[in-house]
Design a protein around this ligand. Structure first.
Ligand code: ZN
Length: 625
């Protein structure tokens, strides 16, 4: 478990702190909705396990209790009894006899159904089953459909609804459980203030209304009003209205999402799990980005691309790095480090989307990676390692800024070029363009003179880390036998392998005691080649040269050498790094004066994992269903 810091919270005005605080409470208030969505036994099992955890007075050092604790911590981590990512049910390492005895000792009734769900491996083995040949609803433990409803029935039910769709369809089924009424007809039980999960939703709405009093601007009020309307009516058209208002709301330091969002938990991909989070603008990143943006034209003019592909008037893009203030629901404790919403296709097309990187979470990950033995294992020599330890984190942020604030916004299409000309290769080429723009400028004197890099050596750490990742270590995230799929990963492989092929005098892979390493021999020459590839990628983009895009991506970005893959996986495994990490939230304390007036809100970081989980359970039991 990691902790993330929220340094910019201190800089907020009291009013802003109150706004962020109320939104944070709203982000926590839907936790038990998610638990129930994941499986209908999750909440009663959690109550039972927590009663034992809190009250057990037997030997808490014995192996059985230790295994019990491991199990409960995994259940907390996954918001239920199934793995949050793999979806398989956890197998307890303690005996049923132990649990029965422990329940008796704390005076908690032993529910036979719950014990069966925990201990019988054949009961509800998978939260979301994706095996094609089986009925996905009957074989999935998630709670979006009442037991006994078949896949065919549900698919027909929603196909019928979609028949009436116009150009702006709502996301059918997103906020309801499909059930059978007493006549056996399928009906939706909608999640809303006076419907299913009503008590928790009314609590969320209460906090949203309080937040509204402290909003920074009218747009934020509008977003809250529409979201409250949606929670009260359950009307999916209103949900779309809320997301449109949210996409348009870009002023202010504080932003949030709250609601039924991601559909990975439903084998049919219709029903959305509840999540909430609150963020504030990362001030340092914003300042770095402003500096870059003020100089955007200089960067554009000096880039190695051909003049006809350069933008004549270049403005930077605003910072997209934020700090998480609170994570809730399906974003807690395991969280995405970037958010890109809304999900509705037509809303994205007609109104755009918001995409952010959550800087304080990536920073917490980076900190955890230090001292893990990762660099000792994969970096070529001590000299490079020292360089990376000294510079890499600072330059990681700068790389992101150059990529986001300048890279994506640079260059122009030739008149008449179809923006979608590169089709399926488009996103890899676009990410490569932005990364190459960043890599090209990291060594530039201009960044030293702007105070964005400490000296002319610092970029080397970023070059090494980036290329090592692209050639070797990013493979640890891919299963044996698979290829590279994701656009950012493809882009890194493309750049690193292209450079390896075109700049053998500047970099090479070396084998030492059965292990493969990257050795960089000449950084300035490498930069020159980065500039060449940037110019070529910009040409491909500007001209819409599909053939060239396909050649580059197919040659460098997709396939994996299985022997190298196996070697990297084995070296990574022996580091014994936890494959998944989660976050403990900070705690916000309201400070009042003698008259009861709020004078400040303080951030605290000390709360232990189990204490936080137990506190959230207590608070949600009180205000939930
Ligand atoms: Zn990008």
């Amino acid at each position: 478990m990691l902790r993330y810091r929220v340094p910019d919270f201190e800089r907020l005005t009291l009013r802003q702190k109150q706004y962020a605080y109320c939104l944070s409470q709203a982000a926590l208030a839907g936790r038990d909705i998610l638990w129930d969505q994941n499986c209908r036994y999750n909440l009663p099992i959690r109550r039972m396990l927590e009663a034992v955890y809190v009250g057990y007075e037997g030997n808490r050092e014995c192996e059985e209790f230790r295994q019990f604790e491991v199990y409960l911590k995994r259940v907390w981590f996954s918001n239920g009894i199934h793995h949050h990512y793999g979806c398989e049910k956890f197998h307890p390492g303690f005996s049923e006899a132990f649990l029965r005895e422990a329940l008796q000792s704390v005076g908690y009734p032993a529910d036979e159904d719950l014990l069966k769900v925990i201990f019988d491996v054949s009961v509800l083995p998978k939260r979301v089953n994706q095996a094609e040949s089986e009925d996905l609803l009957l074989t999935s433990a998630c709670n979006y459909y009442a037991p006994g409803i078949t896949q065919v029935e549900a698919e027909q039910f929603y196909a019928e609804k979609k028949k009436a769709d116009g150009p702006h369809p709502v996301m059918h089924g997103m906020n309801s459980r499909l059930e059978r009424d007493e006549k056996g007809t399928l009906v939706e039980r909608v999640w809303k203030s006076d419907g299913m999960y009503g008590k928790a939703i009314r609590n969320i709405v209460g906090w949203l209304r309080k937040a509204r009093e402290f909003a920074e601007n009218e747009e934020q009020c509008k977003v809250i009003d529409k979201l409250v309307d949606f929670y009260e009516s359950g009307d999916l058209a209103m949900f779309d209205q809320y997301t449109i208002a949210w996409v348009g709301q870009t002023e202010g330091d504080i932003d949030f999402t709250n609601g039924f969002t991601e559909v990975y938990g439903d084998p049919l991909g219709l029903k959305a799990s509840w999540e909430g989070y609150v963020n504030i603008k990362d001030q340092k990143a914003t300042q770095r980005c402003e500096k870059l943006s003020q100089n955007a034209q200089w960067f554009e003019d000096h880039s190695p691309t051909s003049p006809q592909f350069k933008k004549k008037e270049c403005r930077g893009v605003s910072a997209k790095v934020v700090e998480a203030v609170m994570l809730g629901g399906d974003l807690y404790p395991s969280s995405a480090i970037g958010i890109n919403l809304p999900n509705s296709n037509w809303v994205r097309q007609e109104h755009g989307s918001k995409s952010v990187t959550i800087g304080n979470l990536t920073e917490a990950y980076a900190q955890a990676a230090r001292g893990s033995g990762f660099r000792e294992e994969f970096v070529f020599d001590d000299e490079t390692r020292t360089l990376m330890d000294k510079y890499e984190d600072a330059l990681d942020d700068l790389h992101t800024d150059l990529h986001e604030c300048l890279g994506h916004g640079s260059g122009q299409l030739l008149p008449g070029t179809d923006p979608d000309a590169l089709k399926a290769y488009g996103s890899t080429i676009e990410e490569a363009r932005a990364d190459l723009f960043a890599l090209y400028y990291l060594p530039d004197e201009r960044l030293v003179s702007l105070g964005l890099t400490p000296d002319g050596e610092a970029y080397k750490s970023q070059y090494y880390g980036y290329l090592m990742n692209g050639l070797l270590t990013q493979m640890v995230r891919i299963e044996p036998g698979n290829q590279i799929e994701e656009a950012h990963m493809r882009n890194r492989a493309l750049i690193a392998r292209w450079l390896l092929a075109h700049a053998p005098e500047a970099m090479r892979l070396v084998r030492r005691q059965e292990k493969t390493y990257l050795q960089i021999l000449d950084y300035p020459v490498l930069r020159m080649h980065v500039g060449q590839l940037l110019a070529e990628i910009q040409r491909i983009k500007s001209e819409g040269d599909y053939e060239a895009a396909r050649d580059l991506v197919e040659t460098y970005a997709i396939s994996i050498d299985p022997r190298l893959h196996e070697e990297i996986l084995a070296r990574y495994r022996q580091l014994n790094l936890a494959p998944y990490k989660g976050f403990i939230n900070p705690r916000y304390r309201v400070v009042r004066d003698a008259q009861g007036q709020v004078t400040d809100i303080k951030v605290e970081y000390g709360e232990a994992y189990a204490d936080q989980m137990l506190r959230y359970s207590r608070e949600n039991e009180k205000n939930g269903d």
